[in-house]
Design a protein around this ligand. Sequence first.
Ligand code: GDP
Ligand code: IMO
Ligand code: MG
Length: 466
Amino acid sequence: LVLPAIFACCSCIHWSSKDQKITNQPAAAGQKRPRNDAGNRVTVVLGAQWGDEGKGKVVDLLATEADIVCRCQGGNNAGHTVVVDGKEYDFHLLPSGIINTKSISLIGNGVVIHLPGLFEEGDKNEKKGLRGWEKRLIVSDRAHIVFDFHQVVDGLQETERQAQEGKSIGTTKKGIGPAYSSKASRIGLRVCDLLGDFSDFSTRFKNLVRHYQSMHPSLTVDTEDQLKKLKDYAERLRPMVRDGVYYMYEALHGPPKRILVEGANAALLDIDFGTYPFVTSSNCTVGGVCTGLGIPPLNIGDVFGVAKAYSTRVGIGAFPTEQLNAAGELLQTRGHEVGVTTGRKRRCGWLDLVIMRYAHMINGFTAIALTKLDILDVLDEIKVGIAYKLNGKRIPHFPANMDILHKVEVEYETFPGWKTDTSTARKWNDLPAKAQNYIRFIENHIGVPIKWVGVGKSRECMIQMF
Ligand code: GDP
Ligand code: IMO
Ligand code: MG
């Protein structure tokens, strides 16, 4: 096996930061130049497919040792499941690390926040036993706000797309696209605006409503009622709000800290690199970590990609390895492939190594977590997409154009199924040889070591390889 050096040398390290302070350009003897001590590094967890890869579970695993867990992009379109002591939690805006009572959770400037959604989520999880979350949560003052009308507009836009082109995107209708549009149009409102002069905020809010009403005449908004509610939310939010950039700067430059970043959505849903226009509206790849938290690239440490042992997608858009047959149905039912946020059935298909290599080109994964291997346990044979062909010829890149992506022919490698229950496996040697071959093939093909293999929903069901 030809694997990167990390595979051989990091036998037990999850964390990039603790003992590895980065120092560049040390001052030479006798010189009075400032020393650029770049500080701690953050460990990043990102989706490598179309979302729902099991990021929540991987974050939970790492969060047990983390000091700070951050969200840097997306909003409550995300749905991250964590199962602890038999209890299932789903997180949408709150970082999954909020479960860990010893760590701080941070919602960065790159996130768009629907305040009713945030508090409903916290209150719902409180009923399940989550205590003191409001004291452990920090919210960046630069984060943009998703208003109720953004969510209504999301629905109206979907209806319009369907009527005009016969194609909606299949969004989560959480207002994500409209809120990021307001941000990009420079008419959005941020947390710092909500906590500032309320009369100024009210004027800008009314202007924003009028802007959307001019585009969508059927949109009705009870402005006074909305402003009253927002004023109440402002007071509940105020104790959590900080200057996110300064908070991160201090965290990176103080004593060693383990800082984890929880990606939402995934590479193929990224606004720049995903299957546009069937994508979300933020950068779900590694660049979103720097822009969504205000931290330099030098502080990025390990970047862990999370992928299922097969592929799923919620919503509309190209999906070259999709299986509209018995194999796809089996993956859907055995994998309980139903969206956490919308309750929609997820489309299912074989693992696609073309998209994973593409996700690696963009993110530079240092290792991968391969989840849901147990779902494949009953299959006679398992296929893996290894290349795309156009007019009979392999293409080296992932096509940007959706018409082309719809036309590609997938070249598959077929593996015999292991037909053995893997859900009780806890170490590499517990896995059947055929499952080991499957895993080895994937890591060799992508050129990234697989660090964890998931064989069940709970914390214990994660085999750590090195
Ligand atoms: P996320 O959005 O990436 O955090 O993933 P979701 O929570 O939306 O979906 C992943 C689903 O798979 C959740 O229901 C998890 O509990 C479940 N899951 C995660 N890892 C495994 C695994 O290794 N095996 C099985 N059977 N289920 C898993
Ligand atoms: P997590 O973090 C799966 C998909 C939607 C839709 C498209 C655009 O749980 O992996 P949006 O509401 O963002 O404008 O919808 O993106 N989508 C997701 N699919 N998991 C997610 O998040 C997703 N977030 C967005 O289904 O196709
Ligand atoms: Mg999800």
